[in-house]
Design a protein around this ligand. Sequence first.
Ligand code: NAD
Length: 425
Amino acid sequence: MVAENGTKKTNQEETNNVLKSTQTVIHKALEKLGYPEEVYELLKEPLRMMTVKIPVRMDDGSTKIFTGYRAQHNDAVGPTKGGIRFHPGVTETEVKALSIWMSLKCGIVDLPYGGGKGGIVCDPRDMSFRELERLSRGYVRAISQIVGPTKDIPAPDVFTNSQIMAWMMDEYSRIDEFNSPGFITGKPLVLGGSHGRDSATAKGVTICIREAAKKQGIQIEGARVVVQGFGNAGSYLSKFMHDAGAKVVGISDAYGALYDPNGLDIDYLLDRRDSFGTVTKLFNNTISNKELLELECDILVPAAIENQITKDNAHDIRAKIVVEAANGPTTLEATEILTDRGILLVPDVLASAGGVTVSYFEWVQNNQGYYWSEEEVEEKLEKIMVKSFNSIYDTAQTRRVDMRLAAYMVGVRKMAEASRFRGWI
Ligand code: NAD
């Protein structure tokens, strides 16, 4: 019991710190751009936060009451957009922070959206298929008044997938009495999903790596790459880097890491990983995640969880470029240390924006009822990511700030301007 409380407190403290760090950088970005304090007051928290209780009939006949959240950070630019997380560690503070990051991402890649995010405190690994369906439908009924194709458009996030999106879309269509594919993205292809959505985040990260490598004079062919996390983002990314001729020398999951200075057999590892992104359990000669992060390499990609590069290990990172596929893997102190050491850090709000970009493409296709090929999706994603990377890199150079602060400056500007034109501030 003591240990359980202790763990919860640490999680809560960590998410509080993540929200505070985000607010600190937003404040700095607005100051640099010359906006008055009231703009910060408007943007430091979501405009709307809904907490719901969802009763679900379990398979054994009992009823369990789940807690869910939906945060809408800022809808000055357009409807809010962001995923729904199913996880036992979901907290109100975490959902708030994630909604702010979504606003920043949408601003950076210039989508006509603000940021939103949702979460349900649950462990889908312990629930049956039908219990998950009832929970997903119950959540949509509970939040139906504040979401919709022109209000707030959800998507998948940690432990939610295209099947859950399909149930949610079906429930919303029943409430709305219209077929509403534009209500949610990340759907199966047969229900109006988009080609390229599954690998979109990793594609966006790959484009950022390529652009950052050009700036640092590093050839992708033969470059040594280390990836922390072998789930959706990390596994696709490892494959894309491997196919581009890079040497993926290290990968990891929650249980350990694999290292081979000659390059790992990525196709074999992809074949053996399970649906939760676990593969290292099959090997004896593993190293720790801490050792993985400190390996000598050209490109390091944290693609797992928050707070992995901190002031305690930032001095030991031996990569030339760090590209954040995960949300919040580097603390602010560590960002400063890496930047002082001349390591180029491409921040999460830019590097992982490929996912929401292709979600936007899905929504556009649903609205027009005309569907694009995989090549069209990739071509459009490529253009947006290259433009966004270079605009942030140039802002960092001209304003003499690190890329995180530059990304926040680009990300908040559109929201602040839209709020001003609407007469809110
Ligand atoms: P996932 O659940 O598919 O995979 C997570 C991976 O991280 C797994 O391999 C898991 O074993 C590993 N992991 C978990 N805890 C770990 C730990 N303590 N140390 C090392 N590894 C650990 O998740 P994902 O969708 O790949 O997301 C990974 C990160 O990328 C998250 O921060 C997520 O918010 C971010 N992200 C993902 C997307 C997306 O479209 N998938 C979009 C934007 C951001």
